[in-house]
Design a protein around this ligand. Structure first.
Ligand code: HEM
Length: 451
């Protein structure tokens, strides 16, 4: 078992003690210690989540617990099965709107993801209106770009970035608050996530916190991961081909006992009855998406290892505690940068190389892409489904490749920039998506259900 030594750094951020944890033992203690609170850690150290005095900044633990409970409910298999065709439909529509040519993957892919996230976490009034989705996306991007070292260090100082952040948060609030009010007042039910929140008679702060807070995860984590997934596929033809074969195989099996006898040809599934790729993907059961796509799983896993420059943040809300021998006073902040484990060459030789075939480590906490210990990502089922749907549509219906601004294969290949803690995007124009549609007749599949 490889083990890296612990060597923590202590520093002061204004009056606060901050301890940056490192090493295997420290990581294990960090993720399992009682008393370390993620919400308190984020409040002060992140500065990039929408905080509106009296609204999202005052969500007590009880409300946060309720939000997490609702998030779990919208990811049960029944709800995900209902969401599946809607997410596929949204993704298909957005991809169809792209012109063949050269696109910036770090622009178009996050927008694509955001559309499906609004659909999944909010309501049809917002998701059906592409102008509002675009507006919300811009506002969330603005929250990210107005997070500066000064806004984190001096959150009370009315700097231009603080004002810009408050402005964006207020605008997001206005949009979300309006649709919630309209839905409640109209009394007309819809088949969406907002309805589930309204039907549970949750208080307004919970509904607002759910939508405003969780959309951040989709705007940021899922969007960044998706951009890098497509970038890696577009630069690693072997893995692109493996992924394509897997999705094709899943669709073939879904249709194997169909009496319409589909045949996969160079231009797709040919059957006597017809359907689009999107409608065919919509019939794949959630269980298959989740458990029968090992290649897509390993692509997601390796992408998170190499392209998620996250720093986990906590505050010690309990009594003094110890992290691999170092005392963490009550009230102190503790941070753990994921680079410490995911880019450790002893655990991951040649750590910047994208290799989804790497063996998984037996050592506990050697991989923290979805969190670990007491803090595991609570949106994981939804995020994985979104990522797989988007990859499947791109693989089956489009042809894509990553090029540089001269149109050549980039040399060196694009590599995540860990100094950009939010998006780790490569320099502009160094990584472009050359894209065209391959699916022209839109009438190639015959869903098993209709046979
Ligand atoms: C590819 C996309 C995503 C990735 C890679 C990701 C990753 C993570 C990670 C690493 C953590 C733990 C953070 C820490 O320990 O500091 C986390 C926590 C969390 N994630 Fe995600 N996430 C993603 C998408 C989402 C989405 C779409 C949602 C909501 C719909 C979500 C909701 C949450 C929540 C609520 C927590 C906090 C859990 C807690 O407080 O115990 N995530 N996520």
């Amino acid at each position: 078992m490889v083990s890296s030594p612990s060597s923590h750094s202590f520093f002061k951020l204004l009056k606060n003690t901050v301890i940056a944890v490192s090493g295997d033992a420290g990581r294990k203690d960090f993720f399992t210690a009682k008393g370390l609170d993620i919400n308190e850690g984020f409040k002060v150290l992140s500065g990039a989540i929408p905080m509106l005095p009296g609204v999202t900044s005052d969500l007590q633990a009880r409300r946060i617990t309720l939000i997490h409970k609702r998030l779990s409910a919208i990811q049960n298999s029944e709800h995900l099965s209902k969401l599946l065709p809607k997410i596929v439909g949204d993704a298909d529509r957005v991809i169809r709107s792209w012109q063949s040519g050269t696109l910036d993957p770090f622009d178009v892919i996050p927008k694509l993801c955001f559309q499906t996230t609004v659909r999944s976490l909010a309501c049809s009034e917002l998701a059906d209106d592409e102008n509002i989705v675009a507006r919300l996306k811009k506002l969330y991007d603005n929250l990210d770009s107005s997070t500066t070292p000064a806004s984190v260090l001096f959150p009370w100082f009315p700097s231009p970035s603080l004002i810009s952040k408050l402005y964006s948060t207020k605008k997001i609030y206005d949009i979300v608050n309006r649709v919630i009010d309209q839905r409640i007042q109209s009394g007309i039910p819809q088949d969406d996530t907002l309805q589930m929140l309204v039907d549970n008679a949750d208080d307004k702060l919970v509904i607002l916190g759910f939508i405003m807070g969780l959309l951040v995860a989709g705007a940021r984590s899922t969007g960044v991961t998706a951009s890098w997934l497509i970038t890696f596929l577009g630069t690693h033809p072997h893995w692109k081909n493996q992924a394509y074969e897997e999705v094709r195989e899943v669709l073939s099996s879904a249709y194997s006992d169909s009496d319409s006898d589909p045949k996969f040809t160079s231009s797709g599934f040919m059957t006597s009855k017809s359907a689009t790729t999107a409608s065919a993907l919509s019939t794949i059961p959630i269980d298959v998406w989740e458990n029968k796509m090992p290649v897509l799983d390993s692509l997601i896993r390796e992408t998170l290892r190499i392209a998620q420059p996250h720093t986990a943040m906590r505050r010690n809300m309990g009594p003094d505690t110890f992290i691999s021998g170092a005392r963490v006073p009550s009230g102190a902040y503790v941070v753990y940068p994921f680079s410490d484990v995911h880019l450790n060459p002893e655990l991951y030789p040649d750590p910047y190389r994208f290799d989804p075939g790497r063996p998984k480590h037996e050592m506990p906490f050697a991989y923290v892409g979805w969190g670990a210990g007491t803090t595991i990502c609570l949106g994981q089922r939804l995020a994985r489904l979104q990522l797989k749907i988007m990859m499947s549509l791109m693989l089956l219906d489009t042809d894509f490749l990553i090029v540089d601004k001269t149109g050549s294969i980039p040399n060196p290949l694009p590599s995540p920039n860990w100094n950009d803690a939010l998006t780790c995007r490569p320099p502009r124009d160094s990584c472009l998506l050359r894209f065209s549609r391959t699916e022209e007749d839109h009438q190639k599949y015959s869903p098993k259900a209709s046979c």
